[in-house]
Design a protein around this ligand. Structure first.
Ligand code: NAD
Ligand code: LMR
Length: 340
Protein backbone atom coordinates (compact mmCIF):
# COMPACT_ATOMS: atom_id res chain seq x y z
CA UNK A 1 0.00 0.00 0.00
CA UNK A 2 1.66 3.17 -1.16
CA UNK A 3 0.34 5.56 1.44
CA UNK A 4 2.15 7.78 3.91
CA UNK A 5 0.85 7.04 7.32
CA UNK A 6 3.09 8.57 9.99
CA UNK A 7 3.74 6.06 12.75
CA UNK A 8 2.88 8.24 15.71
CA UNK A 9 4.39 6.32 18.57
CA UNK A 10 4.73 9.36 20.76
CA UNK A 11 1.28 9.74 22.26
CA UNK A 12 0.87 12.88 24.36
CA UNK A 13 1.21 12.26 28.08
CA UNK A 14 2.99 8.92 27.76
CA UNK A 15 6.57 8.58 28.82
CA UNK A 16 8.34 7.12 25.79
CA UNK A 17 10.17 4.49 27.84
CA UNK A 18 10.61 1.90 25.10
CA UNK A 19 10.59 4.33 22.23
CA UNK A 20 13.59 6.21 23.58
CA UNK A 21 15.74 3.14 22.86
CA UNK A 22 17.75 3.78 19.72
CA UNK A 23 16.54 1.70 16.77
CA UNK A 24 18.92 -0.35 14.72
CA UNK A 25 17.56 1.50 11.70
CA UNK A 26 18.47 5.12 12.24
CA UNK A 27 18.89 7.22 9.15
CA UNK A 28 20.19 10.70 8.47
CA UNK A 29 18.04 12.99 6.34
CA UNK A 30 18.95 16.46 5.04
CA UNK A 31 16.50 19.04 3.70
CA UNK A 32 18.01 21.80 1.52
CA UNK A 33 15.68 24.81 1.39
CA UNK A 34 14.39 23.87 4.85
CA UNK A 35 13.15 27.31 5.92
CA UNK A 36 10.74 27.63 3.00
CA UNK A 37 7.05 26.99 2.50
CA UNK A 38 7.64 23.31 1.79
CA UNK A 39 10.78 22.93 3.89
CA UNK A 40 9.19 23.81 7.23
CA UNK A 41 6.20 21.44 7.23
CA UNK A 42 8.38 18.80 5.56
CA UNK A 43 10.87 19.11 8.41
CA UNK A 44 8.03 18.64 10.89
CA UNK A 45 6.74 15.50 9.15
CA UNK A 46 10.24 14.01 8.89
CA UNK A 47 10.78 14.83 12.59
CA UNK A 48 7.84 12.50 13.29
CA UNK A 49 9.48 9.52 11.59
CA UNK A 50 10.80 6.83 13.92
CA UNK A 51 13.27 5.82 11.21
CA UNK A 52 15.22 9.10 11.41
CA UNK A 53 18.10 9.67 13.84
CA UNK A 54 19.43 12.95 12.43
CA UNK A 55 17.56 15.69 10.60
CA UNK A 56 19.86 18.30 9.07
CA UNK A 57 18.17 21.47 7.87
CA UNK A 58 19.93 23.77 5.41
CA UNK A 59 18.87 27.11 3.99
CA UNK A 60 20.47 30.37 2.98
CA UNK A 61 18.36 32.20 5.60
CA UNK A 62 16.21 31.77 8.72
CA UNK A 63 16.93 28.10 9.30
CA UNK A 64 18.43 28.25 12.79
CA UNK A 65 15.08 29.24 14.25
CA UNK A 66 13.27 26.49 12.36
CA UNK A 67 15.79 23.96 13.69
CA UNK A 68 15.54 25.24 17.28
CA UNK A 69 11.74 25.10 17.07
CA UNK A 70 11.60 21.57 15.64
CA UNK A 71 14.25 20.29 18.02
CA UNK A 72 11.82 20.68 20.94
CA UNK A 73 9.47 17.99 19.59
CA UNK A 74 9.98 14.89 21.72
CA UNK A 75 10.70 12.49 18.91
CA UNK A 76 14.08 10.79 18.70
CA UNK A 77 15.83 12.58 15.85
CA UNK A 78 18.41 15.23 16.53
CA UNK A 79 17.74 18.42 14.53
CA UNK A 80 20.54 20.78 13.46
CA UNK A 81 20.27 23.93 11.35
CA UNK A 82 22.95 24.90 8.84
CA UNK A 83 23.11 28.31 7.16
CA UNK A 84 25.06 29.50 4.18
CA UNK A 85 27.46 27.82 1.78
CA UNK A 86 30.18 27.41 4.41
CA UNK A 87 27.93 25.06 6.45
CA UNK A 88 26.57 23.02 3.55
CA UNK A 89 29.26 20.32 3.58
CA UNK A 90 28.71 19.64 7.29
CA UNK A 91 25.00 19.42 6.69
CA UNK A 92 25.46 16.74 4.05
CA UNK A 93 28.21 14.51 5.44
CA UNK A 94 26.99 10.96 6.14
CA UNK A 95 23.44 11.66 5.01
CA UNK A 96 21.27 8.81 3.63
CA UNK A 97 18.51 10.86 1.99
CA UNK A 98 18.74 14.45 0.70
CA UNK A 99 15.55 16.32 -0.18
CA UNK A 100 15.90 19.51 -2.25
CA UNK A 101 12.94 21.92 -2.19
CA UNK A 102 15.23 25.00 -2.52
CA UNK A 103 14.26 27.60 -5.06
CA UNK A 104 11.53 30.00 -6.07
CA UNK A 105 7.87 29.00 -6.50
CA UNK A 106 5.41 30.13 -9.19
CA UNK A 107 3.10 33.14 -9.12
CA UNK A 108 -0.18 33.28 -11.09
CA UNK A 109 0.40 33.45 -14.83
CA UNK A 110 3.76 31.66 -14.66
CA UNK A 111 4.60 28.17 -15.88
CA UNK A 112 7.04 25.93 -14.02
CA UNK A 113 9.39 26.51 -16.97
CA UNK A 114 9.54 30.20 -15.99
CA UNK A 115 11.37 29.16 -12.81
CA UNK A 116 14.24 27.61 -14.78
CA UNK A 117 16.50 30.67 -14.85
CA UNK A 118 16.69 30.89 -11.06
CA UNK A 119 16.20 27.31 -9.92
CA UNK A 120 18.54 25.61 -12.40
CA UNK A 121 21.60 27.27 -10.81
CA UNK A 122 20.36 26.62 -7.28
CA UNK A 123 19.88 22.91 -7.97
CA UNK A 124 23.20 22.66 -9.80
CA UNK A 125 25.12 24.19 -6.86
CA UNK A 126 23.35 22.08 -4.25
CA UNK A 127 23.81 18.82 -6.17
CA UNK A 128 27.53 19.60 -6.58
CA UNK A 129 27.72 19.73 -2.79
CA UNK A 130 25.76 16.48 -2.52
CA UNK A 131 28.22 14.84 -4.95
CA UNK A 132 31.16 16.05 -2.85
CA UNK A 133 29.80 15.09 0.53
CA UNK A 134 27.24 12.25 0.35
CA UNK A 135 27.49 10.73 -3.14
CA UNK A 136 25.72 7.52 -2.03
CA UNK A 137 22.61 9.27 -0.74
CA UNK A 138 19.15 8.97 -2.29
CA UNK A 139 18.53 12.42 -3.85
CA UNK A 140 14.97 13.74 -3.99
CA UNK A 141 14.54 16.76 -6.28
CA UNK A 142 11.44 18.83 -5.51
CA UNK A 143 12.55 22.18 -7.04
CA UNK A 144 10.78 23.08 -10.28
CA UNK A 145 10.82 22.62 -13.18
CA UNK A 146 11.38 18.98 -12.15
CA UNK A 147 11.40 17.93 -15.84
CA UNK A 148 14.64 19.94 -16.18
CA UNK A 149 16.14 20.00 -12.67
CA UNK A 150 16.47 16.21 -12.53
CA UNK A 151 18.48 16.05 -15.80
CA UNK A 152 20.60 18.93 -14.43
CA UNK A 153 21.27 16.92 -11.28
CA UNK A 154 22.15 13.84 -13.34
CA UNK A 155 24.67 15.79 -15.44
CA UNK A 156 26.29 17.32 -12.36
CA UNK A 157 26.63 13.91 -10.73
CA UNK A 158 28.09 12.49 -13.97
CA UNK A 159 30.64 15.31 -14.12
CA UNK A 160 31.63 14.49 -10.56
CA UNK A 161 31.90 10.77 -11.44
CA UNK A 162 29.33 9.71 -8.83
CA UNK A 163 26.08 9.36 -10.80
CA UNK A 164 23.93 6.43 -9.73
CA UNK A 165 20.69 6.65 -11.75
CA UNK A 166 19.01 4.32 -9.27
CA UNK A 167 19.32 6.94 -6.54
CA UNK A 168 18.24 10.15 -8.25
CA UNK A 169 14.51 10.93 -8.09
CA UNK A 170 12.32 13.79 -9.26
CA UNK A 171 9.54 13.93 -6.68
CA UNK A 172 6.19 13.47 -8.45
CA UNK A 173 4.41 12.03 -5.42
CA UNK A 174 2.11 15.06 -5.25
CA UNK A 175 0.61 14.07 -8.61
CA UNK A 176 -0.20 10.62 -7.21
CA UNK A 177 -1.56 12.13 -3.98
CA UNK A 178 -3.80 14.45 -6.03
CA UNK A 179 -4.94 11.69 -8.36
CA UNK A 180 -5.83 9.44 -5.43
CA UNK A 181 -7.73 12.25 -3.70
CA UNK A 182 -9.66 13.43 -6.76
CA UNK A 183 -10.57 9.93 -7.94
CA UNK A 184 -11.70 8.70 -4.54
CA UNK A 185 -13.90 11.78 -4.14
CA UNK A 186 -15.39 11.42 -7.59
CA UNK A 187 -16.09 7.69 -7.31
CA UNK A 188 -16.82 7.64 -3.58
CA UNK A 189 -14.01 5.19 -2.80
CA UNK A 190 -12.14 4.66 0.46
CA UNK A 191 -8.99 6.78 0.11
CA UNK A 192 -6.79 4.18 1.71
CA UNK A 193 -7.65 1.69 -1.07
CA UNK A 194 -6.96 3.98 -4.02
CA UNK A 195 -3.68 3.99 -5.93
CA UNK A 196 -3.36 5.71 -9.32
CA UNK A 197 0.01 5.47 -11.10
CA UNK A 198 0.98 8.80 -12.65
CA UNK A 199 3.56 8.71 -15.43
CA UNK A 200 5.42 11.13 -17.73
CA UNK A 201 6.76 14.24 -16.03
CA UNK A 202 5.70 16.99 -13.64
CA UNK A 203 4.22 19.84 -15.64
CA UNK A 204 0.96 20.38 -17.51
CA UNK A 205 0.25 17.71 -20.11
CA UNK A 206 3.40 15.79 -19.19
CA UNK A 207 1.53 14.66 -16.04
CA UNK A 208 -0.43 11.58 -17.09
CA UNK A 209 -2.53 9.69 -14.53
CA UNK A 210 -3.18 6.14 -15.74
CA UNK A 211 -6.79 5.70 -14.67
CA UNK A 212 -6.96 2.36 -16.47
CA UNK A 213 -4.34 1.05 -14.03
CA UNK A 214 -6.04 2.23 -10.85
CA UNK A 215 -6.30 -0.01 -7.85
CA UNK A 216 -8.99 -1.06 -7.03
CA UNK A 217 -10.44 -1.63 -10.51
CA UNK A 218 -12.91 1.15 -11.35
CA UNK A 219 -14.79 1.90 -14.56
CA UNK A 220 -14.70 5.53 -15.76
CA UNK A 221 -16.74 7.18 -18.47
CA UNK A 222 -14.79 9.07 -21.17
CA UNK A 223 -15.97 12.34 -19.62
CA UNK A 224 -14.72 11.29 -16.18
CA UNK A 225 -11.32 10.32 -17.59
CA UNK A 226 -10.90 13.63 -19.31
CA UNK A 227 -12.16 15.66 -16.32
CA UNK A 228 -9.99 13.82 -13.78
CA UNK A 229 -6.88 13.90 -15.99
CA UNK A 230 -7.20 17.66 -16.47
CA UNK A 231 -7.84 18.19 -12.76
CA UNK A 232 -4.64 16.33 -11.83
CA UNK A 233 -2.63 18.13 -14.52
CA UNK A 234 -3.97 21.46 -13.31
CA UNK A 235 -3.63 20.74 -9.56
CA UNK A 236 -0.52 22.90 -9.11
CA UNK A 237 -2.00 25.82 -11.03
CA UNK A 238 -5.23 25.61 -9.01
CA UNK A 239 -3.21 26.15 -5.82
CA UNK A 240 -1.02 28.89 -7.36
CA UNK A 241 -4.13 30.81 -8.40
CA UNK A 242 -5.87 30.33 -5.04
CA UNK A 243 -2.75 31.58 -3.23
CA UNK A 244 -2.85 34.63 -5.53
CA UNK A 245 0.85 35.52 -5.47
CA UNK A 246 1.78 33.94 -2.13
CA UNK A 247 3.43 30.91 -3.74
CA UNK A 248 2.47 27.40 -4.78
CA UNK A 249 1.53 24.17 -3.02
CA UNK A 250 3.49 23.82 0.21
CA UNK A 251 1.46 21.75 2.69
CA UNK A 252 0.28 19.05 0.28
CA UNK A 253 3.78 19.04 -1.22
CA UNK A 254 5.35 18.58 2.21
CA UNK A 255 2.93 15.72 2.83
CA UNK A 256 3.83 14.14 -0.52
CA UNK A 257 7.59 14.64 -0.07
CA UNK A 258 7.39 13.16 3.44
CA UNK A 259 5.64 10.12 2.01
CA UNK A 260 8.47 9.70 -0.51
CA UNK A 261 11.09 10.12 2.23
CA UNK A 262 9.33 7.56 4.41
CA UNK A 263 9.14 5.12 1.48
CA UNK A 264 12.85 5.62 0.78
CA UNK A 265 13.73 5.02 4.43
CA UNK A 266 11.60 1.88 4.54
CA UNK A 267 13.41 0.66 1.41
CA UNK A 268 16.81 1.48 2.97
CA UNK A 269 15.65 -0.37 6.07
CA UNK A 270 15.10 -3.54 4.06
CA UNK A 271 11.35 -3.44 3.46
CA UNK A 272 10.82 -5.45 0.29
CA UNK A 273 7.43 -4.02 -0.61
CA UNK A 274 7.99 -0.35 -1.44
CA UNK A 275 6.61 1.13 -4.66
CA UNK A 276 6.41 4.81 -5.62
CA UNK A 277 6.09 6.87 -8.76
CA UNK A 278 9.06 9.14 -9.51
CA UNK A 279 10.69 10.96 -12.42
CA UNK A 280 13.89 8.99 -13.03
CA UNK A 281 16.34 7.89 -15.70
CA UNK A 282 14.38 5.28 -17.57
CA UNK A 283 14.30 2.93 -20.57
CA UNK A 284 10.52 2.59 -20.56
CA UNK A 285 10.10 5.03 -23.45
CA UNK A 286 12.39 6.72 -25.95
CA UNK A 287 12.91 9.57 -23.46
CA UNK A 288 15.97 9.42 -21.18
CA UNK A 289 13.94 10.42 -18.09
CA UNK A 290 10.37 9.42 -17.40
CA UNK A 291 8.09 9.19 -14.38
CA UNK A 292 6.69 5.77 -13.63
CA UNK A 293 6.08 3.44 -10.74
CA UNK A 294 9.32 1.93 -9.47
CA UNK A 295 10.17 -0.61 -6.78
CA UNK A 296 12.57 0.77 -4.20
CA UNK A 297 15.20 -1.21 -2.32
CA UNK A 298 18.38 -0.66 -0.31
CA UNK A 299 20.28 0.42 -3.43
CA UNK A 300 17.57 2.62 -4.88
CA UNK A 301 15.44 1.58 -7.84
CA UNK A 302 15.21 -2.22 -7.99
CA UNK A 303 12.67 -2.52 -10.79
CA UNK A 304 10.49 -0.50 -13.15
CA UNK A 305 6.81 -1.37 -13.18
CA UNK A 306 6.80 -1.58 -16.97
CA UNK A 307 3.48 -3.44 -17.02
CA UNK A 308 1.77 -0.13 -16.18
CA UNK A 309 2.53 1.01 -19.73
CA UNK A 310 1.00 -2.05 -21.40
CA UNK A 311 -2.56 -2.09 -22.71
CA UNK A 312 -3.09 1.63 -22.36
CA UNK A 313 -6.47 2.99 -23.40
CA UNK A 314 -6.62 5.03 -26.61
CA UNK A 315 -6.91 8.18 -24.53
CA UNK A 316 -3.80 7.31 -22.50
CA UNK A 317 -1.78 6.17 -25.52
CA UNK A 318 -2.54 9.43 -27.34
CA UNK A 319 -1.77 11.50 -24.26
CA UNK A 320 1.54 9.65 -23.85
CA UNK A 321 2.59 10.48 -27.40
CA UNK A 322 1.39 14.08 -26.99
CA UNK A 323 3.47 14.70 -23.87
CA UNK A 324 6.75 13.46 -25.35
CA UNK A 325 7.87 16.56 -27.33
CA UNK A 326 7.40 18.91 -24.35
CA UNK A 327 9.07 16.51 -21.92
CA UNK A 328 11.95 15.89 -24.35
CA UNK A 329 12.55 19.64 -24.74
CA UNK A 330 12.57 20.20 -20.96
CA UNK A 331 14.99 17.31 -20.41
CA UNK A 332 17.32 18.58 -23.15
CA UNK A 333 17.20 22.12 -21.77
CA UNK A 334 18.30 20.84 -18.36
CA UNK A 335 21.09 18.70 -19.79
CA UNK A 336 22.36 21.54 -21.99
CA UNK A 337 22.40 23.93 -19.02
CA UNK A 338 24.49 21.56 -16.91
CA UNK A 339 26.89 20.75 -19.77
CA UNK A 340 27.60 24.44 -20.48
P1 NAD B 1 9.77 29.02 -0.81
O1 NAD B 1 10.20 30.26 -1.49
O2 NAD B 1 8.71 29.13 0.24
O3 NAD B 1 11.01 28.30 -0.15
C1 NAD B 1 12.19 28.07 -0.86
C2 NAD B 1 13.32 28.07 0.14
O4 NAD B 1 14.51 27.82 -0.61
C3 NAD B 1 13.51 29.41 0.85
O5 NAD B 1 13.57 29.22 2.24
C4 NAD B 1 14.84 29.93 0.31
O6 NAD B 1 15.60 30.67 1.26
C5 NAD B 1 15.53 28.61 -0.04
N1 NAD B 1 16.63 28.77 -0.96
C6 NAD B 1 16.73 29.57 -2.04
N2 NAD B 1 17.93 29.42 -2.61
C7 NAD B 1 18.59 28.49 -1.88
C8 NAD B 1 19.88 27.92 -1.96
N3 NAD B 1 20.75 28.27 -2.91
N4 NAD B 1 20.22 27.00 -1.04
C9 NAD B 1 19.35 26.64 -0.07
N5 NAD B 1 18.14 27.16 0.05
C10 NAD B 1 17.77 28.08 -0.83
O7 NAD B 1 9.30 28.01 -1.95
P2 NAD B 1 8.47 26.64 -1.76
O8 NAD B 1 7.02 26.92 -1.83
O9 NAD B 1 9.01 25.89 -0.59
O10 NAD B 1 8.85 25.88 -3.14
C11 NAD B 1 10.15 25.45 -3.38
C12 NAD B 1 10.27 24.79 -4.74
O11 NAD B 1 9.49 23.60 -4.80
C13 NAD B 1 9.76 25.65 -5.90
O12 NAD B 1 10.67 25.54 -6.98
C14 NAD B 1 8.44 25.01 -6.28
O13 NAD B 1 8.09 25.23 -7.62
C15 NAD B 1 8.74 23.56 -6.01
N6 NAD B 1 7.58 22.68 -5.85
C16 NAD B 1 7.65 21.45 -6.40
C17 NAD B 1 6.59 20.57 -6.27
C18 NAD B 1 6.65 19.18 -6.85
O14 NAD B 1 5.63 18.52 -6.95
N7 NAD B 1 7.82 18.67 -7.21
C19 NAD B 1 5.44 20.98 -5.56
C20 NAD B 1 5.40 22.25 -5.01
C21 NAD B 1 6.49 23.11 -5.16
C1 LMR C 1 2.70 21.62 -7.92
O1 LMR C 1 2.38 20.73 -8.72
O2 LMR C 1 1.92 22.03 -7.04
C2 LMR C 1 4.08 22.21 -7.97
O3 LMR C 1 4.76 21.78 -9.11
C3 LMR C 1 4.10 23.70 -7.84
C4 LMR C 1 3.55 24.44 -9.01
O4 LMR C 1 4.20 25.40 -9.44
O5 LMR C 1 2.47 24.11 -9.49
Amino acid sequence: QASYLPKLKFKPGRLPAKQSQPRASAFKVAVLGAAGGIGQPLGLLIKMSPLVSHLNLYDIANVKGVAADLSHCNTPSQVIGFTGASELANCLRGVDVVVIPAGVPRKPGMTREDLFNINASIVKTLVEAVANNCPDAFIHIVSNPVNSTVPIAAEVLKQKGVYDPKKLFGVTTLDVVRANTFVSRKKNLRLVDVDVPVIGGHSGITILPLLSKIKPFVVFTDEEVSELTLKVQNGGTEVVEAKAGAGSATLSMAYAAARFVESSLRALDGDSDVYECAFVQSDLTDLPFFASRVKLGRNGIEAFMSADLLNLTNYEAKALEALKPELKASIEKGMAFAQK
